[in-house]
Ligand binder design. Sequence first.
Ligand code: NAD
Ligand code: UFG
Length: 338
Amino acid sequence: MKVLVTGGAGYIGSHMVLCLLEAGHDVVVLDNLANSSAESLRRVEELTGKHPEFIELDLLDALGVDNLFASGAFDSVIHFAGFKAVGESVAQPLKYYHNNIVGTLNLLASMDKHGVRSLVFSSSATVYGASEEVPLIEKMPLDATNPYGRTKEQIEDILSDLGASDPTWRVALLRYFNPVGAHESGRIGEDPSGIPNNLLPFVAQVAVGRREKVMVFGNDYPTPDGTGVRDYIHVMDLAAGHLAALGYLGSHAGVFTWNLGTGNGSSVLEVIQAFGDAAGKPIPFEFAPRRPGDAAVSYADPSAALADLGWSAHRSLAQMCADHWRWQESNPNGYAAS
Ligand code: NAD
Ligand code: UFG
């Protein structure tokens, strides 16, 4: 297949591009490099010996996107491009609604016009909001609690409406839990700009000496050790889930929703311990107040993806930390030095 990957230079996208190339697909990456470096794609080429075509383009450039589809002859699109920082979305909601929603509408309009009606979309477990019921199941009511999460919920609605209007659309809504880790080579990985918002990249930067200690947000949650519990999933398992979804869409029209998680929860303290074991050094940490908006516990029921796609995540927390650490240790400043 010829697959367009929007946001393909980013963290998850670059691992996806690698998996697509290894599976024998032709890949075109569209990215405006707003939160990434083209160095990731150079390294994917080095790892696979295959060339992903790269188009530096903003999804907000509707004419540019349409010109790409006019000549692209794509079979399918995997759509990662968007902004993802929860706190920034609260401070700058218009930036998030504009980029994520308008960018997606531009993409969908061109796909529809040029008859490319197969799409895999990056949704997020954030659409479940602060649900107190776990595990999280696809049919539960959605209740995103911040503008970023609402862009995901709204795009899910847009895609469901599109599928209802025209049964030839084939759409997978993939709700990711907490993607972490890196390709086992340590050549590509997550490279956040500024202070990391998420736990694993923060812990990794402490381990490599870029930051002094981890602030653990809350130790009074109703969990076994009092810290927040999440369903961490290895980014390579996540990419494999996309390949499975793409395969499913080849023989099924309609709009489908799947959780992509392991089904297991790990606490903040368990993650800090596992990362310390992987790095061979203790990770200094300190308890701090809860972070507003955080759920106590979030983990997936991943049984629908197993039943429909034959997919499940199999990499352990220890492997996630080992691979994340290999990437961080060999690239202490991410792609910046390259
Ligand atoms: P990322 O920031 O590394 O990748 C997103 C990419 O999209 C970046 O390369 C960025 O430059 C590009 N981009 C943003 N706006 C664009 C635009 N208007 N035009 C073209 N390119 C644009 O993020 P990621 O962690 O790889 O996440 C990928 C997707 O998965 C996002 O949609 C994100 O919301 C979703 N997701 C991520 C997580 C997570 O924890 N990483 C969890 C759930 C869902
Ligand atoms: N945490 C800390 N210290 C930190 C960072 C995080 O203690 O410095 C804690 C949080 O309180 C939480 C856990 O670590 O208990 C995980 O936090 P993350 O920020 O890594 O992940 P979240 O589950 O809060 O959110 C992430 C993404 C969202 C996405 C959501 C569900 O940030 O964009 O997963 O996919 F929507």
